[in-house]
Design a protein around this ligand. Structure first.
Ligand SMILES: Nc1nc2c(ncn2[C@@H]2O[C@H](COP(=O)(O)OP(=O)(O)O)[C@@H](O)[C@H]2O)c(=O)[nH]1
Ligand SMILES: [Mg+2]
Length: 311
């Protein structure tokens, strides 16, 4: 996140050092962002119980003495009519094309539905030839014995995958096994990023995402999907950071819903986002928010480009 003075590359002397990219793929809400944050040990991708929380490709960089893994967190693969939805799905497939290893995630607390099967068989029989690992996430939600039939089913759908790993991203169980498998599949190559880089997102982008996370958490049903956050001013001095952000909503009637009675909801969104950002950046933050109506921004290619959501 912060630029170092000298490019502090890890273990540049080690001829066996490995470095490569891993695409995190799957349906919305299976836990892709949670897994990446867990491995990176910092919240670089926001997480909510709502699908479509992740809108663009986010890098999370894990570095240790043996390897550097550049995770590409992607929006979930889903169907949708709006331009925003189409862009998100395109972003996910583009990330898969460029990656060295594909991680295909599913949520074992839910039945293996048709969409998930299609996604698995799509990659299994598709033209991408990179090694595939299947992650069966949320094992904390199911009885151990129910995992075996599920594993067998996934193996049958994609017999050529290199590994099938049940884990809990939330609790961190078996995440180390995944890491070992991943490192073994990476090309031998020197690190690309300095050891203290966690993500490719700027502080501005992270600030916008932290605000959007709180909007998603505070709002019901379809409204969050019609919300975006734009940073309008960003300053930094010895006292900390000062940030001004506009919450964009798709229609006039959503405005009072975001603001809440007497401004309560907006205040709570601001407080929570600020606290999260203070932890992330480890400094004092002054955060100011307001709401702006911008009809149909999510279906407007020019506006999506302004917001970095053009895929
Ligand atoms: N019980 C449980 N919940 C999880 C786990 N991993 C993620 N979740 C929850 O699943 C929801 C979606 O997670 P998120 O990482 O945003 O999924 P994404 O859309 O695939 O990126 C959030 O409420 C997470 O807290 C897990 O291992 N166990
Ligand atoms: Mg996500």
């Amino acid at each position: 996140m912060e630029e170092t003075e000298s490019l502090n590359l890890p273990d540049s002397q080690n001829p066996d050092y490995r470095c490569g990219t891993v695409a995190l793929l799957g349906r919305p809400n299976v836990g892709k962002s949670t897994l990446m944050n867990r491995i990176i040990k910092a919240k670089v991708a926001i997480v909510t119980p709502k699908p479509q929380t992740t809108r663009h490709r986010i890098l999370g960089i894990h570095t240790d003495e043996h390897a550097q893994i550049v995770f590409v967190d992607t929006p979930g693969i889903h169907k949708g009519e709006k331009q925003l939805n189409r862009n998100m799905v395109r972003v996910a497939y583009a990330a898969a094309e460029e990656a060295d290893v594909l991680v295909i995630m599913q949520d074992v607390s839910k039945p293996l539905d048709r969409a998930t099967r299609e996604l698995i068989t799509g990659f299994a029989s598709g033209r991408l030839k990179q090694p595939r690992l299947h992650v069966l996430n949320k094992v904390d939600q199911v009885a151990g014995r129910s995992l075996l039939p599920r594993l067998a089913e996934v193996q049958q759908l994609d017999p050529d995958a290199v590994a099938y790993i049940p884990l809990s991203a939330r609790r961190g169980e078996q995440v180390d096994s995944l890491l070992k498998e991943l490192v073994a599949r990476l090309p031998v190559a020197p690190a690309i990023y300095a050891a203290d880089w966690f993500t490719d997102q700027s502080q501005r982008q992270l600030a916008a995402e932290y605000v959007r996370e709180q909007v998603f958490l505070a709002m019901q049903q379809e409204i969050p999907f019609q919300t975006a956050v734009e940073i309008e001013a960003f300053g930094e001095d010895e006292n900390g950071m000062s940030i001004e952000a506009a919450i964009l909503v798709g229609s006039e009637r959503h405005k009072p819903m975001v603001i809440g009675k007497g401004g309560e909801r907006m205040k709570s969104i601001g407080t929570r986002a600020r606290k999260g950002l203070e932890t992330l950046f480890d400094c004092h933050i002054d955060l100011r928010l307001w709401v702006r109506v911008q009809p149909d921004w999510f279906d407007n290619p020019g506006r999506l480009q302004d917001l970095g959501l053009d895929g």
